[in-house]
Design a protein around this ligand. Structure first.
Ligand code: ATP
Length: 684
């Protein structure tokens, strides 16, 4: 809406008012006669005189356009002092002409053409586009605003039919119906959105002269409205997400004042909106510092801060981050995790992982590196074994890959869709092992079924079978011979169908001679013995295994190690690997950890000291070499390792006997052997 003041009553101002009245977007404030000498103003309608300034001051809305119709240059200059947005000098004659054009005689319409400049001045002073057509539907007037809206020059439009400019123009229809069309919305072919009013030009005597349209470009307004709608939709969506999120969320503004929380937040903290919104960020904290305030101070995110919140002092973990919009800090958002829930979930996860580890046979033959002829043959044998329903005995030193092979055999067999259960016969005392293998009829319901039943239709991997007591050997033999299992504290045999894959790094023949291992069980197990050679006897596997571990450990540690340099490989090749492949994997792991972040090749200095001495050769009191001085802990570790190794040797590698002699529990022995990478040097 533009406010127009028409000055010069009796000069045709009324005619202009008529014109403007037809245009809804123009609001005529007043028509005034001006007495320059008195510097006063006669308000035509109210018939009172005011100073021009007091008149302007009394207006509620500022004047956009002053139209001076008296034709007096000096008055016009005077008016301009009041700084309207525009001031237009239209001689009274022109005002008359326009009035007459609209209301009286057609011949005056032609006169108007001679006053083009003044007329254009008037039309151009209007911010809205104006276009006038004659009876022949050609354009007779067009103003500057119309040029801008239509993206056309006056010359391109004047004397052209309206349809060539606006193909679906309603002006011809308005002429035909003689009905105004007010505030119609329209999209132009140039993409602009306009709002337009169309008016037929009719004289007082009812004669039709043409029609004109006034229009406003509202593209930006429409786009803005659309943007606002889009933003509103996004805002609604975000709010719905935040409200339904199971993560507790709290948001503060740049001054640290609470502006948003969700129901999950209320669940954890016990605090409702009215206790947090509009309150300082510290409101919810019962112990600890406000992470919101820290984020606002540093503009940096905070992760994993522990604190207590709410009246019930709930233990929580908080992640908070700044909200930056175009680099400007607008606030901070925090996600709050209930720690007690995380703790219980973590322990659940641990249990689940343990169960999965026991059940899952994760490796296949593709995971076994076998470049040497020995290993290739072993693999062939294992594949044959996998396809036949026989009991398999895997023999080899510790760390040679027996467990890996057992997994692969299970996964290649027709039992692969059932369970693979691993039992380490050396890791438990006899009583617990018996109950866990055979089940306990008197135990709680979940312990009544033993692992043998659990492995029904699948495979049972009995690792370290040489450590099985004679009593349990007899019970396993019974299962093998009868395909039946009898639970502890029960007499009832239950049918089972399991394939047993046994593994040992013990010389079972010697154990048999010493009556430590039942011959009948040995022959039963030994139907398909598979020997896995120690790594030192198949050095061709060394490089492929190293490459395999580099890839595996890169993924585990997030590193980009490329390869091993020949001199480092050389050093490893001359080593014995008492801990076999497991020891090699440890060595490569330690090498990768000791490498700098930019190093990509394992070189000699990344490798640990590879000792070859036996306990007897090891002179703990030798002069320490300047390159390698031995710490007390290392010396003690070495001593322990050698002592275990010798006791194992003396006891024919039977761990139960070794543990007894060393006066430690079998579990402890097992742990120490793993720690020292102790394999057996001489197999069977
Ligand atoms: N040929 C191989 N290819 C790839 N990885 C191997 C190979 N042999 C062994 N490994 C890896 O070396 C490690 C030790 O293997 P595994 O646990 O199967 O040995 P094991 O003979 O069962 O040892 P133990 O007798 O001490 O139980 C595992 O991480 C395994 O994946």
């Amino acid at each position: 809406m533009q406010n127009v003041l028409i000055v010069g009553a009796g000069q045709g101002g009324t005619a202009l008012i008529r014109l403007f009245e037809q245009i809804d977007m123009i609001n005529v404030q007043a028509v005034a006669d001006i007495d320059t000498k008195a510097s006063g103003i006669l308000l035509a309608e109210q018939k009172e005189i005011k100073t021009f300034q007091s008149y302007l001051d009394a207006l509620t809305e500022p004047i956009d356009i002053i139209v001076e119709t008296t034709g007096k240059e000096d008055v016009f200059e005077d008016l301009k002092q009041h700084k309207p947005k525009q001031s237009v000098l239209i001689p009274g004659t022109v005002a008359h002409i326009i009035y007459n054009l609209l209301n009286e005689r057609e011949e005056l319409f032609n006169e108007l053409k001679n006053e083009t400049d003044s007329r254009n001045l008037l039309l151009d002073s209007i911010h809205d586009g104006m276009i006038v057509i004659g009876l022949d539907q050609t354009v007779t007037y067009v103003n500057e605003a119309a040029e801008n809206v239509l993206n056309l020059n006056k010359e391109d439009m004047l004397e052209k039919t309206i349809q060539t400019i606006i193909p679906d123009s309603h002006l011809p229809k308005v002429m035909k119906t003689k009905q105004k069309e007010l505030n119609q919305s329209l999209r132009l072919h140039n993409g602009k959105q306009i709002i337009t009013t169309r008016i037929p030009l009719i004289t007082n005597s009812g004669e039709l002269l043409g029609a004109f349209a006034v229009f406003k470009d509202i593209t930006e307004v429409v786009e803005l409205a659309e943007e606002i709608t889009d933003l509103k939709n996004i805002q609604n969506m975000l709010e719905a997400i935040i409200q339904s999120s199971e993560e507790a969320i709290s948001v503060v503004d740049e001054n640290g004042v609470g502006i948003l929380i969700n129901p999950a937040y209320t669940n954890i903290t016990g605090l409702k909106e009215n206790e947090v919104i509009g309150k300082p960020a510290t409101t919810d904290i019962s112990e600890g510092e406000s992470m919101h305030m820290q984020v606002l101070k540093t503009r940096r995110p905070v992760r994993g801060a522990r604190m207590k919140v709410g009246p019930s002092k709930r233990d929580v973990l908080v992640n908070a981050a700044p909200i930056l919009v175009d680099g400007v800090l607008k606030g901070s958002v925090a996600i709050i995790h209930d720690l007690s829930e995380i703790e219980s979930l973590t322990s659940e996860l641990k249990k689940a992982r343990q169960i999965i580890r026991n059940l899952e046979a994760k490796y296949t033959f593709d995971d076994i590196i076998a470049h040497s002829t020995e290993m290739a043959l072993t693999l062939e044998q294992a594949k044959v074994g996998a396809k036949n329903p026989v009991t398999i005995l895997l023999r080899g030193e510790s760390g040679t890959g027996k467990e890996l092979m057992a997994h692969a055999i299970h996964n290649e067999s027709n039992r692969k869709h059932y369970k693979f259960i691993r039992v380490n016969c050396a890791a438990m005392d006899e009583d617990s092992l018996e109950k866990s293998l055979f089940g306990n009829a008197y135990g709680p319901p979940e312990q009544q079924r033993g692992l043998i039943e659990e492995a029904h239709n699948g495979s049972l991997f009995l690792d370290e079978i040489g450590d099985l007591s004679l009593h349990l050997q007899a019970r396993i033999l019974y299962v093998l011979e009868n395909q039946q299992v009898v639970r502890v504290n029960s007499q009832d045999p239950l049918p089972v169908d399991v394939r047993i894959i046994a593994a040992t790094n013990v010389n079972l023949e010697r154990a048999m001679m010493e009556k430590e291992f039942r011959e009948d069980l040995f022959y039963r197990l030994n139907r398909l013995p598979i020997m896995i050679a120690p790594l030192r006897e198949r050095k061709e596997d060394l490089k492929p295994l190293i490459d395999h571990f580099i890839i595996k450990l890169n993924a585990e540690y997030g590193r980009y190690v490329d390869s091993i340099k020949p001199e480092a490989l050389e050093k490893l090749s001359s080593y014995d690997f008492p801990g076999n492949v497991r020891e090699l994997e440890n060595i490569i792991g330690r090498a990768i950890i000791s490498m700098g972040p930019t190093e990509t090749n394992i070189v000699e200095r990344h490798l640990p000291q590879l000792r070859k001495q036996t306990f007897h050769e090891l002179d703990l009191f030798q002069e320490p070499d300047y390159q390698e001085s031995i710490s007390l802990q290392d010396a003690l570790d070495e001593f322990e390792k050698q002592m275990i190794l010798e006791t194992l040797e003396k006891n024919n590698y039977i761990k139960s006997k070794t543990a007894k002699q060393l006066n430690i529990s079998i579990r402890n022995l097992y742990y120490k052997m793993e720690k020292h990478n102790l394999g057996k040097h001489v197999q069977g």
